[in-house]
Every structure is written in structure tokens, then in C-alpha cells.
Design a protein around this ligand. Structure first.
Ligand SMILES: [Zn+2]
Length: 117
């Protein structure tokens, strides 16, 4: 569940060096555009970098939900996993593969067992 931040900015940045995506844990490559969010939640400043693939996925998933039902940062996998919808699971795992993040065997198992195509 997302909480409303006390302050919030969001922008697209061009990576001047590789970064790590806060969702898939994979690499945001040099010279790739990525989404940068910073804000204050519970009086704590935080910032999040999201790769384009995870950003798109998050947008798509969030479309049908009201703000406080949308996935928080870092929660995309959990959210997708709960949705039990194969195309989303597949895309998330493909993102990880493409970005050099090790996909855990139980994640592939999760995908394999998903019946909701
Ligand atoms: Zn990502």
C-alpha cells in the first residue's frame, strides 16, 4: 500500500554511470533513461531509481487502482506475485534477465505454476 509523501518529485534522468533499479534489482545501463523519484515519507527523505521496464510495468499495474492500493517502491515483485497474472510475472523476470540480475529458482517456479494466463 502506498502512503502519501509529504514532499515528492519525479523526473527522468540520463544515467551517467550504471545504477541499480529499485524494483528488479538489475542494472540501469550507462546512458539509459531512468525514472528518479525523491520524496519525504514519515519525515524521512528517500530516493528511488527505477528502470524504464519496471516503470512501465508499474504504470500498467497501477492503472486500475486508486493511489493507496498501488504498489510502493520495492514492492513491485510482491505485488505482481500476488496478482498471479502470468504476463506480468513473465515481464518482470525478463527484465531481471536482461539487466543481469539473478532470477531465483523460486521465482521461476512461481512463474511456471501461475495458471492465470
Ligand atoms: Zn527494473
Amino acid at each position: 500500500m502506498s502512503e502519501y509523501p509529504e514532499a515528492y518529485t519525479e523526473e527522468w534522468r540520463l544515467a551517467r554511470k550504471p545504477h541499480k533499479c529499485c524494483e528488479c534489482g538489475g542494472t540501469i545501463f550507462y546512458k539509459e533513461k531512468y525514472n528518479y523519484c525523491s520524496g519525504v515519507w514519515d519525515s524521512q527523505g528517500r530516493s528511488y531509481k527505477t528502470c524504464k521496464d519496471c516503470y512501465d510495468l508499474r504504470q500498467e499495474i497501477s492503472e486500475d487502482f486508486s493511489y493507496d492500493e498501488r504498489p510502493c517502491f520495492h514492492d513491485l515483485w510482491e505485488y505482481i506475485s500476488e496478482s498471479d497474472y502470468k504476463p506480468f510475472l513473465q515481464r518482470f523476470i525478463d527484465n531481471m534477465d536482461r539487466r543481469g540480475k539473478l532470477v531465483k529458482p523460486w521465482m521461476r517456479e512461481r512463474l511456471r505454476k501461475c495458471k492465470n494466463k
